[in-house]
Design a protein around this ligand. Structure first.
Ligand code: NAD
Length: 325
């Protein structure tokens, strides 16, 4: 069977948030594996160009705010795909709700409106990267795409709004779109210099520099952790697959992993890991999460290739070889 993802080979692709954690991995895959002509748009508010240094001569970079339509829209000329990843992170969402609304949702609406009124003859798909945080503290696990959202943060509210605009513009105006909903992505390039890095990135970094890992609460809270290569793979597949047109797909593993288990796995690779329990935080305070991925498996033929153990091994390898700690 031919690899459907090869449809993106040599295409002109624009990635917003392309200097960020997921974005720079997507950009590198598009450049190195699929020889795409990639335009990266990022205001560098939560990233730097460091992680793109090895592809810097193969990409076109624009330091542009995604809400700055006057400077963003001219970059859409002749593009085949737009991956819209630029976002504000969940951990800042209580402090700056209006910024979240603007970046996570309004920018999406602006791009979709542009696509509605402008003929881009070569345009194939707009891909929105949603978040499984919209499921909140769903009592039914694993959660599937048809389960009701349970919005518990400004971040989740704005990510869901961005999704809703995206699917509505497909239904009402035939804009070709796909939506992926990621669950706790981790792996290469989740730099500890980024204050919003997720728990796994922090654990791995702190373990390697001999700092104590902080376990919030009893450590039995679970998440469904997705390795970065799997998330990138699912995203490219959703961009090109005919059955992803106008649809939304969970991207995860269906496996619940507790914080205590993460500590155990990191301790199995890094010697003498120290850890301590600290009081629970009030950010993303959800007890359990696991994501049903049967829809993406059945319709797009996608399945994760990395389980949590292998993903953590890869992450630790990356930190050891790439970061000057
Ligand atoms: N990482 C995860 O676990 C996860 C989980 C669910 C959903 N997502 C989604 O995936 C996408 C990428 O997330 P990430 O983890 O790579 O985040 P990230 O913060 O590492 O990357 C986001 C990028 O967007 C840029 N950005 C922020 N505001 C901008 C603006 N106004 N204009 C231009 N650029 C701007 C930042 O500088 C950063 O480089 C987001 O849409 C996010 O909601 C990520």
């Amino acid at each position: 069977m031919t690899d459907l993802k090869s449809k993106i080979q040599n295409q002109k692709v624009l990635v917003t948030g392309g200097a960020g954690f997921v974005g720079h991995n997507l950009v590198k895959t598009l450049v190195n594996q699929y020889q795409c002509k990639v335009i990266v748009v990022d205001d560098l508010s939560n990233s730097s160009l460091d992680l793109l240094s090895d592809v810097k001569d193969s990409i076109e970079f624009h330091k542009v705010d995604v809400c700055d339509s006057a400077n963003l829209f001219p970059l859409f000329k002749d593009v085949n795909y737009i991956f819209h990843l630029a976002c504000k992170q969940i951990s800042s969402s209580g402090m700056e709700p209006n910024v979240h609304l603007r970046v996570n949702a309004e920018s999406t609406l602006n791009i979709l409106e542009y696509l509605r009124y402008h003929e881009l003859p070569e345009f194939k798909r707009f891909i929105y990267t949603g978040s499984t945080s919209i499921y909140g503290s769903s009592v039914k696990l694993p959660v599937n795409e048809n389960d009701a959202p349970d919005v518990l943060s400004n971040y989740a509210a704005t990510k869901l709004l961005g999704e809703n605009y995206t699917s509505m513009y497909c239904r009402n105006y035939d804009i070709p779109v796909s939506i992926v909903r990621y669950s706790n992505v981790y792996g290469y390039g989740q730099t500890p210099r980024n204050p919003y890095t997720g728990v796994l990135g922090k654990f791995v970094h702190n373990a390697l520099i001999g700092e104590t890992l902080k376990i919030f609460g009893d450590g039995e809270q679970t998440r469904d952790y997705t390795f970065i290569s799997d998330a990138v793979d699912a995203t490219i597949l959703a961009a090109v697959h005919p059955r992803a047109y106008g649809d939304v797909y969970n991207v995860g593993t269906s496996v619940e992993t507790s914080v205590n288990r993460l500590v155990e796995l990191v301790s199995g690779i890094v010697p003498n890991v120290k850890y301590e329990s600290v009081p629970e935080r009030d950010i993303d305070n959800i007890r359990r999460r696991s994501i049903d991925i049967s829809k993406i498996h059945k319709n797009l033929g996608w399945a994760p290739r990395f389980d949590i153990k292998r993903g953590i091994e890869e992450t630790i390898k990356w930190y050891r070889t790439t970061l000057t700690i």
